[in-house]
Design a protein around this ligand. Structure first.
Ligand code: PHE
Length: 340
C-alpha cells in the first residue's frame, strides 16, 4: 500500500459518507472502512510487512485518513439526525445555511475626528492638502524659520533618518509644500501623522496626528483666525464648548497663540486628561511669519495669512471622553466598537 493509494481510498471513503441517505447507510460505510474487519485496520495490520523506511510515512497517512474520516462521519451523522423524517440534502455540507456573522468594523475615532474636521472646514472653503511623513529638514524646520541652532527644535525631539531626512514632527511642512507649489490665495487643511521622540503616557504618544490649516489671502487677520477656530470648536463639540486663546511662541507665526477647549471629560472641573486645569490644549496657531512667506516666494507686503496645527488625539479624547491616549492605539475591538 502506497501513500498515494491511501489518499485515493480516503477520497472514496469520504464520498461514500456524503452519499449515505440514512443513519443505517452511514453506519455501513463506517463498518466498511473502520470496522474490526474494515479496510483501514487491514492496512494497519500489514504495516509491519513494509520496509522500515516506509512504515512511518504510510502510518501517518493512515492516521490522517482515520481522523478525516471520523470528522466527516460526525458531520454527516449530525446532518442526518437533524433531518430525520425530512428531506435529506445531497451533500453533508449545506450551502444554503446562513454564514457566520463576523461583525462590521467601525471607523476609528481618530479617523472620525479627521473626517468631521475636514467637513467643517470644507464649509469654510478649505480644501485638503497632503505631504509625506518622511520629510526634509528644509520643509520641517528651515523653511518654517527654525534654523538648526533654534531652541524650539529642542522641544520637538526628532526621529532623524539621515543628516537631512526626518519623520515629520508636525504637519506644518505641508504649508511649505503647498505654498511652494502654487501662488496665493491658499486655503487648505492637511490631516496626517506626526512623530516625536516622546515618552508615552496618558496624553502623549511618539506617533500622533495633527490637522494643519493655512489660509493666505489679502487682509487675513487674527480676527479671522479666532472667528474660524471658534466656529470649528462649536461645530465639532457643540455650542457649550468654551475656547480660550493664550499668547505663545512659534518660529513660523507672529503673533502666535495656543488655543484650548474647555475639558469635556470633566466639564471643566479638573481631571487626569486636562491635568486638573479644566482646559485642554488643542492647537498652536498664529499669523504666518513674513520670513516664511519670503522662504516660499510670497510677497509679505501683499499677502497675510493664518495657520494652525491641531492635535487630533486631543480632539478625540475630549469629544468622546477618552481619558488615556493609549486606548486609541491598542486596537481592542471592545473599545473601538463603542464608536459605531
Ligand atoms: N506645528 C505646531 C506644533 O506642532 C503647531 C502650529 C501650527 C503652530 C501652525 C502655529 C501654526 O506645535
Amino acid at each position: 500500500m502506497e501513500p498515494a493509494d491511501l489518499s485515493a481510498l480516503q477520497e472514496q471513503a469520504l464520498e461514500e459518507l456524503d452519499r449515505a441517505r440514512t443513519l443505517a447507510e452511514l453506519e455501513a460505510v463506517r463498518v466498511k472502512y473502520l470496522g474490526r474487519k474494515g479496510l483501514l485496520p487491514a492496512i494497519m495490520e500489514k504495516l509491519g510487512d513494509l520496509p522500515p523506511a516506509e512504515r512511518p510515512i504510510v502510518g501517518r497517512s493512515a492516521n490522517a485518513f482515520k481522523e478525516n474520516f471520523a470528522q466527516r462521519l460526525n458531520v454527516c451523522r449530525e446532518q442526518l439526525e437533524r433531518n430525520r423524517g425530512g428531506v435529506v440534502p445531497k451533500r453533508a455540507w449545506d450551502p444554503t445555511l446562513p454564514g457566520l456573522w463576523r461583525g462590521m468594523g467601525v471607523r476609528h475615532p481618530i479617523a472620525q475626528i479627521m473626517e468631521e474636521t475636514i467637513q467643517i472646514f470644507d464649509r469654510l472653503g478649505f480644501t485638503i492638502a497632503d505631504g509625506p511623513d518622511l520629510e526634509t529638514e528644509w520643509h520641517n524646520f528651515d523653511a518654517l524659520n527654525t534654523p538648526a541652532d533654534h531652541p524650539s527644535r529642542d522641544t520637538q525631539d526628532t526621529f532623524w533618518l539621515t543628516d537631512t531626512l526626518l519623520l515629520r514632527t508636525q504637519t506644518s511642512p505641508v504649508q511649505i509644500r503647498v505654498m511652494e507649489s502654487r501662488p496665493p490665495p491658499v486655503r487648505i487643511i492637511a490631516p496626517g501623522r506626526c512623530y516625536r521622540r516622546d515618552t508615552t503616557d496618558a496624553t502623549h504618544s511618539a506617533n500622533f496626528h495633527q490637522i494643519e490649516g493655512l489660509y493666505v489671502d489679502r487682509n487675513v487677520s487674527l480676527a479671522d483666525l479666532k472667528g474660524d477656530l471658534t466656529y470649528f470648536a462649536r461645530a465639532l463639540m457643540g455650542s457649550e464648548v468654551k475656547v480660550r486663546f493664550r499668547p505663545h511662541f512659534f518660529p513660523f507665526t507672529e503673533p502666535s497663540v495656543e488655543y484650548d477647549f474647555s475639558c469635556h471629560v470633566c466639564g471643566g472641573k479638573g481631571c487626569r486628561v486636562c491635568k486638573n486645569s479644566g482646559w485642554i490644549e488643542i492647537s498652536g496657531a498664529g499669523m504666518v511669519d513674513p520670513k516664511v512667506f519670503h522662504n516660499v516666494g510670497y510677497d509679505p507686503e501683499q499677502w497675510t495669512g493664518y495657520a494652525f496645527g491641531m492635535g487630533v488625539e486631543r480632539l478625540a479624547m475630549i469629544k468622546f471622553g477618552i481619558d488615556d491616549i493609549r486606548l486609541l492605539y491598542d486596537n481592542d475591538a471592545r473599545f473601538l466598537e463603542q464608536f459605531a
